[in-house]
Design a protein around this ligand. Structure first.
Ligand SMILES: NC(=O)c1ccc[n+]([C@@H]2O[C@H](COP(=O)([O-])OP(=O)(O)OC[C@H]3O[C@@H](n4cnc5c(N)ncnc54)[C@H](O)[C@@H]3O)[C@@H](O)[C@H]2O)c1
Length: 254
C-alpha cells in the first residue's frame, strides 16, 4: 500500500515540519525526494538524514528561476518527476483590520503564487513522465473562516481553488491535483506560537488535540501513490474533525 518505489517527488519547505515528515515517509515508501527550502542548513541536515535517495536544493518558491532550476535538478539527478508537494508556507496572526498590505501581499506571494509557479513549472516534466500527482498543502483555514488569518486564510482558500482548476485541466493527462487541509498540527510553525502536544490540549475540536506531523504526511504519501489513481480535485481534511463545524458535545435537551 502507498508504494512510491521508482517515483521522484519534489517537496517544498521540506527542511523541517510537515514537509520534512512527508519526505521521511516518501523515502520510506520507496521514493526519491528533492526537498527544497530557504533554510539551507536544516534542509541539508534533513536530506543527509534521509540518505542516498534524497537531495536538498535551496529554493525560494516565489522565484520562477529557482523553480525551473529545482525541476531540472530533479530530472538530472533521478531521471523524471512524478510528484510535487507544494508545502512551503508562512503564517499570519493578526486581525484583518491590523494586517499590513505589505505582509498580506507577501503571504499570498509565498503561499499562493509559489504554488501556482510550482504547478506550472512541473507540468512539462510530469507530461514527459506520462503523468504525476500534485499535492497542495492548504489548511483547515482554507475550508472555513478562521480569525487572525486574513492573508493566510485567503492564500489557503486560493490553493484549494487552484488545485481544482489544475485537476480539471490536467486530468486527461494523468496528472492528478489534490489539496490537503491539515488542522492545527504540532510543527516548528505552531510551536512558535505556543501550541502544545497532548490529549485535551485543543478542546474546541472533536478530537480535542492537535495533530502530529506523521498523521498529515501519511495522507500526502497516499495522494502521491497509485492507490489514489482515481482521486483528483479532492480536498482531504486531516484535522481531527475541526472543520466539521462548532463542537457540540451534548444532546439537545439534556
Ligand atoms: N502546522 C500546522 O498546524 C498547519 C496547519 C495547516 C496547514 N499547514 C501548512 O503546512 C505547511 C507546512 O507548515 P509547517 O507547520 O511544517 O511549518 P514550518 O514553518 O515548520 O515549515 C514551513 C517551511 O516552509 C519554508 N518556507 C517558508 N517560506 C519559503 C519560501 N519562500 N520558499 C521556500 N520555502 C519556504 C520554511 O523555511 C519552513 O521550512 C505550510 O504550508 C502550512 O501553512 C500547517
Amino acid at each position: 500500500m502507498n508504494d512510491l518505489t521508482g517515483k521522484t517527488v519534489i517537496i517544498t519547505g521540506g527542511a523541517r515540519g510537515l514537509g520534512a515528515e512527508a519526505a521521511r515517509l516518501a523515502v520510506a515508501a520507496g521514493a526519491n525526494v528533492v526537498i527544497t527550502d530557504v533554510l539551507e542548513e536544516d534542509g541539508l541536515a534533513t536530506a543527509a538524514e534521509l540518505g542516498e535517495r534524497a537531495r536538498f536544493a535551496r529554493h525560494d518558491v516565489t522565484s520562477e528561476e529557482d523553480w525551473q532550476r529545482v525541476v531540472d535538478h530533479a530530472v538530472a539527478e533521478f531521471g523524471a518527476v512524478h510528484g510535487l508537494v507544494n508545502n512551503a508556507g508562512i503564517s499570519t496572526g493578526t486581525l484583518l483590520a491590523d494586517e499590513s498590505v505589505a505582509y498580506f501581499r507577501k503571504v499570498l506571494d509565498v503561499n499562493l503564487t509559489g504554488v501556482f509557479i510550482g504547478m506550472k513549472t512541473v507540468v512539462p516534466a510530469m507530461r514527459a513522465a506520462g503523468g504525476g500527482s500534485i499535492v497542495n498543502i492548504s489548511s483547515a483555514a482554507g475550508l472555513m473562516g478562521l480569525a487572525l488569518t486574513a492573508g493566510y486564510g485567503a492564500s489557503k482558500w486560493g490553493v484549494r481553488g487552484l488545485s481544482k482548476i489544475g485537476a480539471v485541466e490536467l486530468g486527461t493527462e494523468r496528472i492528478r491535483v489534490n489539496s490537503v487541509h491539515p488542522g492545527m498540527t504540532y510543527t516548528p510553525m505552531t510551536a512558535a506560537v505556543g501550541i502544545q502536544q497532548g490529549e485535551g490540549n485543543y478542546p474546541n475540536t472533536p478530537m480535542a488535540r492537535v495533530g502530529e506531523a506523521p498523521e498529515i504526511a501519511t495522507a500526502v504519501v497516499y495522494l502521491l501513490s497509485d492507490d489514489a489513481s482515481y482521486v483528483t480535485g479532492a480536498e482531504l481534511a486531516v484535522d481531527g474533525g475541526w472543520t466539521t463545524g462548532p463542537t457540540v458535545k451534548y444532546v439537545m435537551g439534556q
